[in-house]
Design a binder for this molecule. Sequence first.
Ligand code: 5GP
Length: 143
Amino acid sequence: MAEATYDPDNIFAKILRGEFPSHRVYEDDAVVAFMDAMPQGPGHTLVVPKAPSRNLLDADPATLGPLFTVVQKVALAIKRAFGADGVTILQFNEPASGQTVYHLHVHVIPRFEGIPLKPHSGGREKPEVLAASAEKIRAALDD
Ligand code: 5GP
C-alpha cells in the first residue's frame, strides 16, 4: 500500500491559511490554537503547528518543542478560564488511532470531577458558544 502523504487541502491547512473560519485563541510564528468545532467539553481547544505534517509520526522534531510549549500555555489558560479541575491532552495518529484530520494537532480539554468527555468528533457547537469560549481563553492567556 502507498505511504499516506500530507494533503495541503486538509481543513486545518485551510484554517491556517485563513481560507476557512475558526475561533482563534492564540497565534505565534510557529503555532496557532483555535476552538474545536465539535468539542468534547466546554473549552476544547486544538493546538496546531504551522509546519505541515500528517501527525506526530512524520513531524519534524523541531516543531514539537514550540508546539508543546503552546500546549502547556493553553492548558494553563484553559484551566484558569473555565475553573477546571484538570486538563486532558489528546493526540491521534492515523485512522486506527481515531485521527480524522490529517494535519498534526493536539487536543486540550478542560476536565471537571465526575463529568465524562462527550464523543470524539460528535455534534457541532453553536458559533456563539465557540466565540464566547475563545474570548474567555484569550483573556486568560493575557493574564
Ligand atoms: P482528530 O480525530 O483528527 O484528532 O481530531 C480532529 C478534530 O477536529 C475533532 O475533534 C473535530 O471535532 C475537529 N474538527 C473537525 N472539523 C473541524 C473544523 O472544520 N473546524 C474546527 N475548528 N474543528 C474541526
